[in-house]
Design a binder for this molecule. Structure first.
Ligand SMILES: Nc1ncnc2c1ncn2[C@@H]1O[C@H](COP(=O)(O)OP(=O)(O)OP(=O)(O)O)[C@@H](O)[C@H]1O
Ligand SMILES: [Mg+2]
Length: 531
């Protein structure tokens, strides 16, 4: 740790609480600079560390405010973040510094010392802001294994951050990461190790859905007959599954991922909807007469719409054994690839939620039933999570929220972790966020979101969050148990980057080449080809 020499001395403690303190700076520090070992350090930089010796322990603070009191009197306000004892950093403090205690700056050597215990894996994510060349190490076991939230305003650098971090693990043979790539940004970043899947080309057959997902897709709970629809759907699907899978008859439930023919189910609904029964007194309407008319309209609109073809008209996957093929494909086991990026950009907007739920549940269920789950940890990445994991769910995203909440709560036991990426943290499910142990927080400009993320961390760190609006692209606060201290980091830029770069409007407008072909756009629109 630092030599507490005169040249490191910057001031004395003027006031102190359990989480913060104020330092009155030495009068000779008028340039706010100190030279140590021929290196010039700027004192009082927001986000930089200061240190106070208390016996054999050094208490560490992080500066969040600097201000002038009078011409010769300047002060710093800092948060207490932990202490270093025997060269090891610990969060929290056992003995507090006292009023009038000496305060020292930290040089590169002492900053390195604070982070050594986290450097043992050599896993660095970027440079510590304010300490050029000083790498931010994290404990990758604690980081990947315990749910992560990546939060920041639009354009702050979330997708780039995710690509940068995942590129650091992509080359390991047994890495398993599944990205639900809503905008098809990630295929560009994982050309070599990526298992790139276009979900509409792969197909995601309807028979993968469990009952809750089916109900979300086909039943409108506002209709008076919704209870009959639910009951009938359950009955008919279960019977259709049993009929097509004789050998599994005794063990099949309505949730089993086995093939059945949806057309048969449809035909039975139609039958009950129009059933007339002859009795001795004449012909009367069946018990469900007219109750499924709207249900059938909804079902038909999905079954006949070309955009839903990858679910409702599977060409390849019409046999229960197809489940094995799809799992091999989704987990990258057939082509031995580590980072699966599932392109969801071609999925119709109204069923993105259901597909997310279906994919997340399929992966979770895989490890749930995998007896070697502990040897097969999977990280799932949820982009734009506020859309389908909201604090206030709607009937259209209940299934997605439910499965991700389940992963958040139980995933640890089954070797499934999630990385939640969102630009609107205040709209996200609190249950999910509260299960995250590590937060990567990029620039956040909206006050509601800033206040929300402040609540996620202990009070002693809250002051750091005042920096959020002023952070640069790709600069983040790393908070959580994978880092020694909450710290401000400029992340390494990924090579290659994801396909999410800012569009330079002015440069594009100035450019004379203008190759847009309306006919081609319309053609792609008709064919629903994006990307
Ligand atoms: N570490 C970094 N260094 C330099 N530039 C960066 C860094 N991270 C991101 N950027 C730049 O910032 C821009 C936005 O990045 P990105 O697409 O990752 O943001 P985002 O937060 O995912 O946005 P959105 O919410 O719209 O998805 C890109 O042009 C990217 O190149
Ligand atoms: Mg993004």
């Amino acid at each position: 740790m630092a030599q507490f020499s005169k040249e490191h001395h910057i001031g004395k403690i003027k006031s102190i609480t359990s989480s913060a303190f104020i330092v009155s700076l030495d009068e000779d520090l008028y340039t706010m600079e100190r030279t140590v070992d021929e290196k010039v350090y700027r004192i009082g930089q927001i986000g930089s560390f200061i240190v106070m010796p208390v016996g054999t322990v050094e208490v560490i603070g992080i500066i969040n405010r600097a201000y002038q009191v009078s011409e010769l009197n300047r002060e710093l306000e800092a948060q207490i973040i932990g202490s270093v004892s025997d060269g090891k950093f610990q969060k929290g403090v056992a003995t507090f510094p006292t009023l009038g205690g000496d305060v020292f700056m930290t040089d590169e050597e002492s900053v390195s010392a604070m982070f050594t215990s986290f450097a043992q894996y050599g896993f660095a994510v970027g440079d510590i802001s304010g300490y050029p060349g000083e790498r931010q190490y994290i404990d990758p076991n604690k980081f990947f294994g315990k749910h992560i939230a990546v939060l920041g305003s639009s354009g702050s650098g979330k997708s780039t951050t995710v690509a940068s971090i995942l590129q650091k693990v992509q080359m390991f043979e047994n890495t398993h990461v599944i990205i639900l790539d809503i905008h098809n940004e990630y295929s560009a970043a994982f050309r070599e190790y990526g298992n790139l899947i276009n979900i509409t080309e792969l197909e995601m057959p309807y028979w993968f859905m469990n009952f809750e997902e089916m109900r979300e897709m086909f039943v409108d709970e506002n209709e008076s007959s919704s209870q009959s629809q639910i009951m009938m759907l359950k009955d008919l699907v279960l019977n259709a599954k049993k009929a097509r899978n004789q050998e599994l008859q005794s063990i099949i439930t309505v949730d089993s991922p086995v093939f059945y023919d949806l057309n048969e189910v449809r035909a039975k609904f139609q039958f009950y909807d129009t059933e007339r029964i002859s009795t001795s007194t004449g012909v009367r309407e069946g018990p469900f007469f007219g109750q499924f008319t709207r249900f059938l309209v909804r079902l038909d609109s999905k079954m006949t719409d070309l955009r839903y073809g990858f679910m409702f008209r599977p060409k390849k996957f019409k046999d229960s054994n197809a489940l094995k093929d799809i799992l091999n494909r989704l987990l990258g086991l057939d082509n031995k690839k580590q980072i699966t990026a599932i392109d969801l950009s071609g999925v119709p907007f109204d069923i993105v939620n259901t597909i997310v739920a279906l994919l997340a549940r399929t992966v979770f269920d895989f490890n749930f039933w995998n007896k070697n789950k502990k040897e097969f940890p999977i990280l799932m990445l949820f982009e734009e999570a506020h859309n389908y994991l909201p604090q206030i769910p709607t009937p259209q995203n209940r299934a997605a929220r439910k499965i991700v909440e389940r992963i958040a709560k139980e995933g640890r036991k089954y070797g499934v972790a999630c990385m939640i990426v969102s630009q609107r943290p205040s709209e996200l499910s609190e249950t999910i966020l509260s299960q995250c142990n590590n937060f990567v927080i990029l620039r956040l400009t909206n006050p509601a979101d800033q206040n929300f993320v402040k609540k996620l961390v202990p009070d002693s760190f809250a002051g750091m969050f005042d920096m959020l609006p002023s952070m640069r692209q790709g600069e983040a606060l790393f908070v959580g148990d994978a880092t020694a201290l909450p710290s401000r980091v400029q992340l390494d830029f990924p090579q290659p980057p994801p396909n999410s770069a800012d569009i330079l409007f002015y440069d594009k407008w100035v450019a004379t080449e203008f190759p847009t072909n309306v006919g081609e756009v319309v053609d792609r629109w008709w064919k629903q080809e994006r990307g």
